[in-house]
Design a protein around this ligand. Structure first.
Ligand code: ARG
Length: 458
């Protein structure tokens, strides 16, 4: 097969090289953007008098047919034609004749590929934002149902202080909310048209990039032709945001895995989101959560791939940059796949409030409240801390909880204790008393839910 760039060459490319530098196996997913970009380019060329209107029409009609054929699975791409850009251009010329050869006027594959990737990523960012919103809505609905579901909050995975499931879930709503912000922010910088930069130095033709930007829905046009074709920072930003989404999903998954163990028994996974064992008949495994936790590593790897690929490249385009696609695509696919299954898995979780409350009652999660109680009775905090520590040690030796102690037992270690101590260290009261902004008291969390809903509504 003759190459679109074959003029300067005396010899055919070695077939190993064809295979080595071809990207069609993975960049074919850009076909829709490549065709839309080419149509806009052709229209602009005609408007500027660079090609004739009938030529643009023939090109656009040809591209429309190619699009329909690709969509119907009637096109077989060629490895020798290297990438999606040259595959489509070659198909076009085969179909409409020599006028097809005019499409690439005032354009290079370097600005073309940058265009395609930016168009692709904008759409994918929108899709991921929609998935994140669904996840947040699911978490908000669940939180609303569990404003009063007391559970232990942990530090070092040791029971620390009582909170509620709603408060815990709302922590993730915050994280995913920032993830959403990051995507929106990165989308702004992705939304810049690189077409017109040519190979690196623009073009001598009187093009009108603003007209292309308008047709394709770009908010801005690149201000430097070298930069337009040689940076992929928008892809790095996206992948970094994707990596953080995976961090958040993975931490949540880790908790779901723990919580669904018999040792915790805080939740039970729906059968539809768990799997069995080929040998052990009793098993019900949290594979979806584990796999999501595992897939986080892929996306971190994708981020490292992009950063490393870019760091040593002299301006402007280098073929290394073709390696951006598989990493970017993998990050997009992985995040979407995980979010799609994670959200219904969480929505279908069966919560065991009695086990959560039981765990919050054991483990002295009200010890801080007892110390605070003593402080309110005039004991300096450090002293109160010491007294409560001794009380806990005493309880441990008797197999008791703090609320099971008699007034005499309390007073032996902390003379300031009075009858009202039992209310002060009641687990529900401990939660309800934390009425600060961002705290676990049902009132505070209800406010947090309505603020989050308001943000989502916008
Ligand atoms: N397939 C190439 C890529 O993904 C398109 C740009 C090729 N440009 C070039 N000068 N070889 O980067």
């Amino acid at each position: 097969m003759t190459k679109l760039w074959g003029g300067r060459f005396q010899k055919a490319t070695d077939h190993l090289v064809d295979d080595f530098h071809s990207s069609i196996s993975f960049d074919q997913r850009l076909y829709r953007y490549d065709i839309r970009g080419s149509m806009a380019h052709a229209r602009m060329l005609a408007k500027q008098g660079i090609i004739a209107p009938e030529e643009a029409q023939a090109i656009i009609k040809g591209l429309e047919e190619i699009l329909a054929d690709i969509e119907a699975g009637r096109v077989e791409f060629s490895v020798a034609a290297e990438d999606i850009h040259m595959n489509i251009e070659q198909l076009l010329t085969e179909r409409i004749g020599p006028v097809g050869k005019k499409l690439h006027t005032a354009r290079s594959r370097n600005d073309q590929v940058a265009l395609d990737v930016r168009m692709y990523l904008k759409d994918e960012i929108d899709a991921i934002i929609a998935l994140l919103r669904q996840l947040q809505e699911t978490l908000l609905d669940l939180a609303e149902k569990h404003l009063d579901t007391v559970m232990p909050g942990y530090t070092h995975l040791q029971r620390a202080q009582p909170i509620t499931l709603a408060h815990h879930l709302m922590a993730y709503v915050q994280m995913f909310g920032r993830d959403l912000d990051r995507l929106q922010d990165c989308r702004r910088r992705t939304d810049v048209l690189p077409l017109g930069a040519g190979a690196l130095a623009g073009t001598t033709f009187p093009i009108d990039p603003a007209c292309v930007a308008e047709q394709l829905g770009f908010a801005a046009v690149a201000e430097n032709s070298l930069d337009a074709v040689s940076d992929r920072d928008f892809a790095v930003e996206f992948t970094a945001a994707a990596a953080l989404i995976m961090v958040h999903l993975s931490r949540f998954c880790e908790e779901i895995i723990l919580w669904s163990s018999a040792e915790f028994a805080f939740v039970e996974l729906d059968d539809a989101y768990s799997t069995g064992s080929s040998m052990m008949p009793q098993k019900k495994n949290p594979d979806v959560a584990e796999l999501t936790r595992g897939k986080a590593g892929r996306v971190f790897g994708d981020l490292m791939t992009l950063l490393t690929m870019l760091k040593g490249l002299p301006l402007a385009y280098n073929k290394d940059m073709q390696e951006d696609k598989e990493a970017l695509f993998d990050a997009v696919d992985t995040v979407k796949k995980c979010l799609r299954v994670f959200t219904p898995m969480v929505a279908s979780l069966k919560v065991r409030p009695e086990n959560m409350a039981g765990a919050a009652r054991g483990g002295f999660t009200n010890a801080t409240d007892l110390a605070d109680y003593l402080v309110k009775k005039g004991v300096p905090f450090r002293e109160a801390h010491e007294q409560v520590g001794k009380l806990v040690y005493y309880c441990l030796s008797r197999g008791k909880s703090l609320e099971e102690l008699s007034l005499e037992e309390f007073r032996h270690f902390a003379p300031q204790v009075e009858e009202d101590v039992y209310r002060a260290i009641d687990i529900r009261q401990c939660v309800a008393a934390r009425r600060v902004l961002g705290g676990p008291a049902p009132e505070s969390v209800r406010e947090a839910i309505s603020r989050a809903r308001e943000r989502l509504g916008r």
